[in-house]
Design a binder for this molecule. Structure first.
Ligand SMILES: Cc1c2[nH]c(c1CCC(=O)O)Cc1[nH]c(c(CCC(=O)O)c1C)Cc1[nH]c(c(CCC(=O)O)c1C)Cc1[nH]c(c(C)c1CCC(=O)O)C2
Length: 358
């Protein structure tokens, strides 16, 4: 049995670590040649997600190259609307699309809540397989999209820069939007509980488009529903010292820097922060912080990458509740050598401030 590396889970509980754990959002993906090769063979992205062997293989790919402290299950946030019957597909170069987007109250009223053990068994099978293959080497992260972020794709019919349709509904027919968000919150909670049962050891909620909302709307249409999801999760109880089987939750609202004090009160163990956040303004007790290197730093030379990592680590010093990550997903044209520099530099430099276990 391999030695367990649980510094990621320890940091989520703000417990002593030997150095700062690091993983990257979208760490399994197109910047890896072995991903592109497998994807070319499989045909399309959703075929890979729906095949547990392929999803497990892609989950493990980045861990074979880099000394990462966590794996994240290879899947997508849009599996839920797909399971609700919206017909998810990916158009080359255009991102996700839905054959049957939501246009009115009737569409929302008709939506049923997917049973994750039936419509989304492929995700649970991938999690079970990945846990088996990982053999405890590093923890496995499960995830879902926030209700607001999922709703943007379901109502816009795909990616959007302006959020015209959903914002029109928000202001002119808020009751319909609330019904949709409520159904999504229930669906996401069931989905995440199934992921925990299947073996996910930590949960992350991606609110990629929460930052598009006004202050008042963010609390009412996004944070409220993430709070509800967290309250429905069956994930054990966190003790005063490191609790091995407790499943911590990370909330990440991209562009949510102004609302971090409210996000920290939503029952999560950690908040994800993008690169716009001034780390010196954040509390460094009882709540873990994940972030926040600008992913484009990875286009620069080694010395610049190291200097930027050092600046972030210095903001935390000996604080144990820091998980190093990018401020958003890694870009597909990122040089592999930069990722290696990132992971190794975080471990090497952060040792100066830590002497805990793991
Ligand atoms: C908004 C969102 C989506 N999906 C996700 C989010 C939230 C995170 C964020 O804000 O980036 C989350 C996601 N998507 C994917 C993962 C896998 C796990 C990981 O490695 O982090 C995770 C956690 C794989 C993926 N999801 C997708 C890919 C690319 C698929 C491919 O072309 O091979 C991957 C690796 C497809 C996807 N899926 C989605 C989009 C907008 C796209 C197109 C992206 C693009 O074309 O650049 C929806």
């Amino acid at each position: 049995m391999q030695r367990q590396n649980d510094r990621y889970l320890r940091a989520l509980q703000c417990q002593p670590v030997d150095c700062t754990p690091v993983w990257m959002m979208r760490q399994a993906g197109r910047y890896l040649p072995e991903y592109r090769q497998l994807r070319a063979k499989a045909g399309d992205f959703m075929t890979m997600c729906k095949n547990p062997e392929l999803a497990c293989e892609v989950t493990l790919q980045p861990l074979r190259r880099f000394d990462l402290d966590a794996a994240i299950i290879f899947s997508d946030i849009l599996t839920i609307p797909d399971a609700m019957g919206l017909g998810l597909y990916f158009e080359q170069g255009e991102g996700p699309k839905f054959k049957n987007p939501i246009t009115n109250f009737n569409d929302i009223n008709k939506l049923s809540i997917p049973d994750p053990e039936i419509e989304l068994t492929y995700v649970m099978d991938a999690i079970r397989l990945a846990r088996k293959e990982l053999q405890g080497k590093v923890p496995l992260i499960g995830f879902a999209g926030s209700p607001w972020t999922l709703a943007t794709y379901m109502i816009e019919g795909g990616s959007s820069k302006t959020f015209t349709k959903i914002k029109k509904m928000l202001y002119s027919d808020p009751a319909s939007l609330h019904l949709l968000l409520d159904k999504l919150a229930e669906s996401v909670a069931l989905y995440l509980n199934a992921q925990i049962k299947a073996g996910a050891q930590s949960i992350m909620i991606f609110d990629s488009w929460g930052g598009a909302l006004s202050h008042r709307s963010y609390l009412e249409f996004s944070l409220q529903y993430m709070h509800k999801i967290i309250s429905l999760l069956e994930r054990g109880t966190r003790g005063p010292s490191y609790t091995k089987d407790y499943v911590p939750v990370t909330l990440f609202t991209k562009g949510g820097g102004l609302w971090l004090d409210k996000i920290m009160q939503a029952g999560c163990d950690a908040v994800g922060v993008d690169w716009t956040v001034d780390l010196s303004t954040l509390p460094k007790e009882n709540i873990a912080i994940q972030g926040n290197l600008d992913p484009t730093v990875l286009y620069a030379d080694k010395v610049t990458i190291k200097n930027n990592i050092d600046l972030i680590l210095k903001e935390f010093g000996p604080y144990n509740g820091h998980i190093f990550n990018l401020g958003h997903g890694i870009s597909q044209d990122t040089p592999i050598e930069s990722v290696e520099v990132l992971v190794n530099t975080v471990h090497q430099l952060s040792k100066r401030d830590h002497n805990g276990e793991s």
